[in-house]
Design a protein around this ligand. Structure first.
Ligand SMILES: CC(C)(COP(=O)(O)OP(=O)(O)OC[C@H]1O[C@@H](n2cnc3c(N)ncnc32)[C@H](O)[C@@H]1OP(=O)(O)O)[C@@H](O)C(=O)NCCC(=O)NCCS
Length: 252
């Protein structure tokens, strides 16, 4: 059965007006049939990347997520989705080419299982993550090795399904933070702490020495968590500024 984002998240038809102090979080189901129109709006390098995926399902998820990322961004930029050009930093984080957008629109994308999430905001780095709740092999070892000791204690205090949920709540929160700064899993994950039990948005502090390039004011991350649909958890982080998340969804 296809997954359904939270019914209270308005569909694309609603206005996509984004206030400069807001953050839009879009949920996009990506397991529907592969549309030719989706493939056509990808750039040549995206099509080359898609062709390298051996598994049909993985290729289809990549194409659908990228095509819908373009569709979503086109509603803010007021241009054809196929005309959007991305640039990539040295660790692969995509951003809008300055020839397409010069007014500080930032975005990030994540996908897991049958769902993609897209975060869009102005004037600050943003990172998003989503995970499908599922059993994980070696979860205890990963928890002990990669999580902060306080996080690990919270996760390992849970059992069964609750532990799976605690593990992924912690993982998505950490990954949203390290995606916002663009370092991904190269950042030392055990050197900062996210809340595992609480869902209240909060400020986190990253270790200055691990950021290397940051000034003291930008070690602060604003973290928000949410449930995009049943059996999934999501988190979004903005660097240095508080942004009120407004949720939306896209039917595909
Ligand atoms: C960023 C990273 C954490 C993504 O992990 P993931 O769980 O596989 O994927 P997610 O679904 O959360 O996010 C993937 C999306 O994040 C974006 N992304 C890629 N690199 C990124 C980075 N360094 N920072 C933020 N976002 C990034 C892309 O849009 C990507 O989707 P797409 O390429 O399909 O369009 C991981 O690739 C990483 O750590 N990269 C850093 C560089 C690195 O270590 N590369 C070797 C990876 S083995």
């Amino acid at each position: 059965m296809p997954i359904t984002p939270q019914p209270q998240w308005p569909r694309l038809a609603s206005s996509t007006k984004l206030q400069r102090d807001q953050l839009h979080v879009w949920a996009v189901p990506i397991s529907g049939p592969l549309l030719e129109t989706d493939q056509q709006i990808l750039s040549a390098d995206e099509q080359t990347r898609a062709a390298r995926f051996r598994l049909d399902r993985v290729r289809q998820h990549f194409i659908t997520a990228r095509a819908n990322l373009r569709l979503i961004l086109s509603t803010y930029l007021d241009i054809d989705p196929a005309a959007i050009r991305f640039v990539y930093d040295e660790l692969g984080k995509p951003a809008l080419d300055s020839s397409i957008c010069s007014d500080g629109l930032f975005f990030n994308l994540a996908h897991s299982g049958e769902l993609a999430l897209v975060a869009v905001t102005y004037d600050c780095e943003v990172g998003i993550d989503v995970e499908h709740l599922r059993p994980v092999r070696h979860a205890e070892g990963i928890t002990r090795r990669f999580f902060h000791p306080d996080e690990a204690a919270d996760v390992l205090a849970c059992q069964g399904k609750e532990r799976v949920e605690a593990f992924f709540r912690c993982w998505t929160r950490k990954e949203a933070v390290v995606k916002a700064i663009g370092k991904g899993l190269q950042f030392p994950l055990s050197q900062f702490r996210v809340p595992v039990k609480s869902d209240t948005p909060e400020w986190l502090s990253l270790p200055q020495h691990a950021l290397q390039d940051a000034s003291p004011s930008t070690t602060q991350m604003w973290l928000q968590t949410f449930v995009p649909c049943d059996h999934y958890v999501g988190a979004v982080a903005t660097r240095g500024v508080k942004r009120a998340a407004v949720f939306r969804s896209l039917e595909v």
